[in-house]
Design a protein around this ligand. Structure first.
Ligand code: VTB
Length: 362
């Protein structure tokens, strides 16, 4: 008797990066998450970030890859580790590009609040956007909205320049939910006040979060996660990482790069100062001034075909328990591993040295 071979077929369709490096990617976020977990609640977000960066880099450098950091901790002169352009790995193996955020939600970790995660993604050469560390003003929606965009005959599409009510209408139709039942996650910042009001005025609900809008972006792709849409300007690196996960989940990110000074309503002088600072970098990265505000979507941020994304919860996160420390470095954590083949894994991992004293339990 034959049976459908979905698992076999999906595994066979996965690219070499997904096949050979997925577990390594998860191990990297696990190491970063454990390091950060020792710092949760200590009120020192810089230190929590620092130890996560160091741990991530140490494990990354053991991998047999010729890796280049495309999205990292900043420019070389500002960040000594995991800076944009840094070569990582042993130097033997496939040429890959990497995006990292060793601790997304540094404040959340420092205050031991929910939602901080260690994140990384990887793709083949040319597979990850080479962009500056500024903001990306975005809308993130799940796969049903993408399907609706493909199927509807009147060309309706999620558009960052359209009125919020119009975008909500599209999501409402795509998800077959009333606008009043939609939940939009928005980062709690002054720059988003008008946007949050527009969502409420249209009848939908806003979930304001203090930090960490990367995972909510991923959750738009999980049915019944309670997140229908994410909006607002946040880190451009995090937008690329979100896009890496969306590649495997079928969701969509659309938006544009924006200077933080402009997004945060600073005066014209501050904006032109920031532009003057950033322009040489932008140009070096192949982005002339006229293209900064170009609409960029999932495939622009992550053009790769063989893309993997891993995240491990540092503090408790939706559907993922935070990293638990058992003393002496023993730990247990939950991670999310997504490949562009469409294989999604939620994985619980345990690192216990002495199995006799602390046997595995479920
Ligand atoms: C962060 C972070 C978010 O945007 O706040 C950031 O918590 C930038 O915004 O998850 P601020 O400069 O106002 O803090 C995100 O990184 C990602 O989109």
């Amino acid at each position: 008797m034959t049976h459908p071979k979905t698992a076999e077929e999906m595994i066979a369709a996965a690219g070499p990066i997904e096949k050979n490096l997925s577990l390594s990617l998860l191990q990297i976020t696990e190491a970063a998450a454990v390091a950060a977990a020792y710092q949760t609640g200590r009120g020192d977000r810089k230190h929590a970030d620092h130890v996560a960066v160091e741990a991530m880099r140490r494990v990354l450098n053991q991998l047999d890859i010729r890796g280049t950091i495309k999205i990292g901790e900043g420019e070389r002169d500002e960040a000594p580790m995991l800076y944009i352009g840094e070569a990582v790995g042993t130097g033997n193996g496939p040429e890959v590009e990497i995006a990292v955020d060793p601790l997304e939600g540094t404040n959340l970790a420092a205050e031991d609040m929910n939602g901080s995660i260690a994140v990384i993604s990887m793709a083949e050469k040319g597979g990850i956007f080479y962009g500056p560390d500024i903001y990306f003003d975005k809308i993130v929606v799940g796969p049903k909205v993408v399907l609706y965009e493909k199927r509807n005959k009147n060309g309706e599409k999620i558009n960052i320049d359209a009125p919020v009510s119009q975008n909500l209408e599209i999501v409402s139709k795509a998800l077959d939910k009333k606008v009043e039942d939609l939940v939009v996650v928005i980062l709690d910042r002054d720059r988003h006040k008008a946007q949050a009001k527009a969502v409420r005025d249209a009848g939908a609900r806003v979930r304001l979060i203090p930090d960490g809008d990367l995972l909510p972006g991923v959750l738009t792709c999980f049915e019944n996660s309670g997140v229908d849409m994410v909006m607002g300007a946040g880190g451009s690196g995090e937008a690329v990482l979100t896009a890496s996960a969306l590649k495997g989940l079928g969701g969509k990110i659309t938006g544009r790069l924006v200077l933080p000074s402009a997004a945060n309503g600073k005066n014209a002088e501050a904006v032109s100062k920031e532009l003057a600072e950033q322009l040489p970098r932008l140009e070096k990265m192949g982005i002339p001034e006229k293209d900064i505000g170009k609409i960029r979507e999932t495939d622009d941020l992550v053009p790769g075909k063989d893309v993997i994304f891993a995240a491990t919860a540092v503090t408790d996160s939706p559907f993922m328990k935070g990293t638990k420390l058992f003393g002496g470095g023993d730990a247990c954590m939950t991670g999310l591993l997504i490949g562009s083949s469409g294989i999604v894994r939620v994985i619980q991992s345990r690192y216990i040295k002495d199995k006799e004293k602390k046997p595995f339990s479920i």
